[in-house]
Design a protein around this ligand. Structure first.
Ligand code: EPU
Length: 420
């Protein structure tokens, strides 16, 4: 068992390069199952979720060859297996995206209910309703379900909620369906457009990805292709928040600032000056931060995945800030620990909290409740007086590559140690 030991750190200085996006690469891996030829993926983030997804793909018959530090080639079999390994799938919510390609390609798939971070109920009705509309038969078991359809048929589908993985899964399934599929109230996250571009390069006929209406004209087969993993906007945003709190002068490099416009706007309103290039951001901590209200929203709104780190920043802002988490219930679990560190946060209901600042933060022993809160705790510990420990860091390793080594480069006092 490992944990992070983190000491209050001086002002941070230097460059923080951003890795490829977890939530993009995982979907490209699933998309490889739709293809008849090999798929090359570049700019791979070396995170645990990537390795877990590779393990899952191997159990389905995919051959994987690493051909560079961050490049690998995936060889899908003529007929992938259709039962998704529940041990691995339960660790990762994104395993559900495999259902679309396997059903479309093989006419059948069995999978467990997906796992991943515990951040609310996270139902799967959008997936099930979408597959049913495309003609699939769904049989549910206690621990999972099986989907069957000889060939999916195109359908006009309205998503009850603009689900990210729901949109990606049904979009992938529709690429091989007969006829036209229209997805309405689709999620608009940049990772969806990146996935559609890749599928189109392999021969799919998708238009509108990145908007609320996606149209897919089904084709018989997809070739292989190359996917360049776009930079992780959540990592970029988390580094930007860290720099806003503790940066003497930090450059967040290899990112796409256009993907975090909502965060940059929020930072501006808290008094943080950000200088933006095409692929970088220069940020330094201002003398004084101001309270603001934020509401998490689907893209292009303020990302729910940045809510926890942004709340740390708000503990140091003068005045009262309201944080309204509209996407997930149960994603404010970090508040209890932040209050133990000296923050003044009142949880109003499962979705809303009021943060009063600034209050000094003190070191504590904490457990990472999920991936994004874990990163937020690192930010809090770096800003706090004293030495904190964070355990359950496997959550953090799922999505951030060697985070301690990368933060050390800008002067953060963070060590990975064995838990005694
Ligand atoms: N929802 C339903 N029914 C469904 C699907 C979703 O009611 O069938 C609800 C959810 O409960 C939630 C809302 O719809 O209230 C939006 O959830 P969404 O389906 O968009 O989330 P997701 O696809 O499960 C992805 C990311 C999350 C990120 C959210 C929101 C992946 C693998 N995960 O999850 O990322 O928070 O979109 O942007 O892409 C993370 O990376 O740590 C992470 C949790």
């Amino acid at each position: 068992m490992e944990q992070f030991r983190i000491r209050s750190s001086p002002l941070l200085e230097g460059e923080l390069p951003v890795r490829g996006a977890k939530n993009a690469v995982l979907k490209a891996l699933a998309a490889a199952l739709l293809c008849r030829e090999s798929v090359t993926i570049k700019n791979i983030p070396l995170i645990n979720d990537y390795h877990s997804m590779c393990r899952l793909l191997r159990t389905l018959g995919v051959d994987i060859k690493r051909i560079g530090e961050r490049t690998a080639r995936f060889f899908p079999p003529a007929h992938p297996h259709t039962v998704i390994n529940s041990e691995i799938a339960k660790q990762m919510r994104s395993s559900i995206v495999l259902s679309g390609p396997l059903l479309a390609r093989e006419g059948e798939v069995s999978l467990p209910y997906p796992g991943g971070c515990v951040i609310g109920k996270r139902p799967i009705d959008v997936f099930i309703d979408g597959f049913r509309a495309m003609g699939a038969a769904v049989s549910e078991r206690k621990n999972g379900f099986t989907l069957r359809a000889k060939r999916l048929r195109g359908a006009d589908i309205f998503f009850r909620v603009a689900s990210v993985t729901g949109t990606e899964t049904i979009m992938m399934a529709a690429t091989l369906a007969s006829g036209k599929t229209i997805l309405r109230n689709a999620a608009q996250e940049p990772e969806i457009a990146a996935l559609a571009d890749f599928l189109n390069a392999c021969g799919a006929r998708i238009s509108g990805a990145g908007t609320t209406t996606i149209v897919i004209n089904g084709v018989r087969r997809l070739r292989g292709g190359t996917f360049y993993t776009p930079p992780d906007r959540i990592e970029a945003g988390s580094f930007a928040i860290l720099a806003a709190l503790l940066g003497k002068r930090v450059r967040v490099a290899d990112c796409n600032p256009l993907h975090i416009t909502s965060l940059l706007d929020a930072l501006k309103h808290t008094g943080v000056a950000v200088v933006c290039g095409n692929t970088w951001l220069d940020i330094r901590a201002p003398k004084k931060l101001f309270a603001i209200d934020v509401q998490t929203r689907e893209y292009p709104g303020f990302p729910t995945d940045l809510q926890a780190p942004f709340m740390i920043l708000l503990t140091q802002a003068a005045g009262k800030s309201m944080v309204f988490e509209t996407v997930f219930e149960g994603r404010l679990a970090h508040i209890h620990d932040l209050n133990r560190m000296g923050a003044d946060i009142v949880l109003c209901d499962p979705h809303r909290a009021i943060v009063t600042g600034p209050t000094p933060l003190h070191a504590r022993a904490m457990e990472s409740p999920d991936l994004r809160s874990g990163l937020a705790f690192i930010v809090a510990a770096l800003a706090a007086r004293g030495t904190s420990t964070i355990s359950q860091i496997h959550h953090i390793d799922r999505g951030y590559e060697q985070i301690e080594e990368r933060l050390k480069v800008v002067g953060a006092h963070i060590e990975r140690v064995s838990k005694s």
